[in-house]
Design a binder for this molecule. Structure first.
Ligand SMILES: Nc1ncnc2c1ncn2[C@@H]1O[C@H](COP(=O)(O)OP(=O)(O)OP(=O)(O)O)[C@@H](O)[C@H]1O
Ligand SMILES: [Mg+2]
Length: 246
C-alpha cells in the first residue's frame, strides 16, 4: 500500500522557490533516506509534511493514503499517525513530558475509537519505554526539551515516537550532535520500532546512521528536487566523493 505520494510539489518561502517539482512515493513498511547538501530543501520538505504554514505550497499534491495531506491541519496529521522529529526540537517550558504525552496518545486513541489510557497505566507504559531507551525516569518529570542537551533532545524524540506509535515517521537529522552511545540508542530505538506496517523518511548527512538503519531506498536531493535514487551504496558514494557528481 502507498502511504505517501508527493507529486510535483513546489514550495516557496517569502517568494523564494525552495522545492521544485519534487516527487517521492513511500510504501507501507519502507524506510527511505534523503541526503543532500546544506540548503537543498530537506528541512523544508519536513516542515511542509508537518503542516507548517510559513511555507507556501505553490503547486503539486501530497496524498497520505487516501487523504489529501494539505487539507489536514497539524493535529489531524498527528491523529492519523504521522510523526515528525525536527532538526532543532523546540523547548516548551512549563509543559511537562508525562501529561503532554498522555494527552497526545489519548487524542490519537480517541480518534481511532479506542479506549483512552488512565494516568496510572500511561505512567507504567512511559516508564517502560523510557527504560528501554536508557532514559532516566527523572527526566520524565521535566518540561519538554527544556534545558535538555542535544543528545537528550534526540532521545526524547525517540521516546515520543515509541509512545505515540506512529505509522509514518520523519526524522530530520536525528544523528547530528549524538555521541556514539546515543547514536546506538537512537538507531536501536528506530530498529526496534520498525515493522512491516510502518514507514520512515530519514533525512541525514551521514552514511553511518544509514549503515545502522539499512534503508530500502536512498535519495539525493539538490536544489529542491530528487536528482538520484538508489540503494544504500549511494550513501557510500557521497561519503567518498561528495555531491559534485550529482
Ligand atoms: N523560514 C525561512 N525563511 C527564509 N528562507 C528559508 C526559511 N526556511 C528555509 N529557508 C531557505 O530555504 C533553503 C532550504 O533550506 P532547508 O532548511 O530546507 O535546507 P536543508 O536541506 O534542510 O539544509 P541543511 O542540510 O543545512 O539542514 C535555504 O536556502 C534556506 O535559507
Ligand atoms: Mg535541514
Amino acid at each position: 500500500m502507498i502511504f505517501l505520494n508527493i507529486n510535483n510539489l513546489s514550495v516557496s518561502i517569502e517568494g523564494k522557490k525552495i522545492l521544485n517539482d519534487f516527487n517521492l512515493t513511500i510504501n507501507q513498511g519502507e524506510i527511505h533516506a534523503i541526503m543532500g547538501p546544506n540548503g537543498s530543501g530537506k528541512s523544508t520538505l519536513a516542515n511542509v509534511l508537518a503542516g507548517n504554514e510559513d511555507y507556501e505550497v505553490d503547486s503539486g499534491k501530497i496524498m497520505y493514503k487516501d487523504k489529501d495531506l494539505l487539507d489536514l491541519n497539524i493535529e489531524e496529521r498527528a491523529q492519523r499517525g504521522i510523526f515528525i522529529a525536527f532538526q532543532y526540537p523546540v523547548e516548551i517550558p512549563g509543559v511537562k513530558i508525562t501529561p503532554f504525552l498522555q494527552a497526545s496518545i489519548n487524542s490519537k486513541l480517541k480518534n481511532e475509537n479506542k479506549p483512552e489510557l488512565d494516568r496510572l497505566s500511561f505512567a507504567k507504559l512511559l516508564r517502560k519505554k523510557a527504560e528501554d531507551l536508557g532514559i532516566n525516569s527523572e527526566m520524565l518529570k521535566r518540561s519538554i526539551n527544556t534545558g535538555f542537551s542535544g543528545g537528550e533532545k534526540k532521545k526524547y524524540e525517540i521516546l515520543q515516537m515509541s509512545v505515540l506509535n506512529p505509522e509514518f515517521t520523519i526524522f530530520d537529522e536525528t544523528d547530528s550532535g549524538l555521541d556514539v552511545d546515543a547514536l546506538r540508542i537512537v538507531t536501536e530505538g528506530i530498529n526496534n520500532f520498525k515493522n512491516n506496517n510502518n514507514s520512515f523518511l530519514i533525512i541525514t548527512h551521514y552514511q553511518k546512521l544509514l549503515n545502522y538503519i539499512n534503508p530500502d531506498h536512498v535519495h539525493i536531493m539538490r536544489n529542491g528536487k530528487i536528482v538520484k535514487s538508489g540503494d544504500i551504496s549511494l550513501a557510500g558514494e557521497i561519503e567518498e566523493s561528495g555531491y559534485q557528481n550529482f
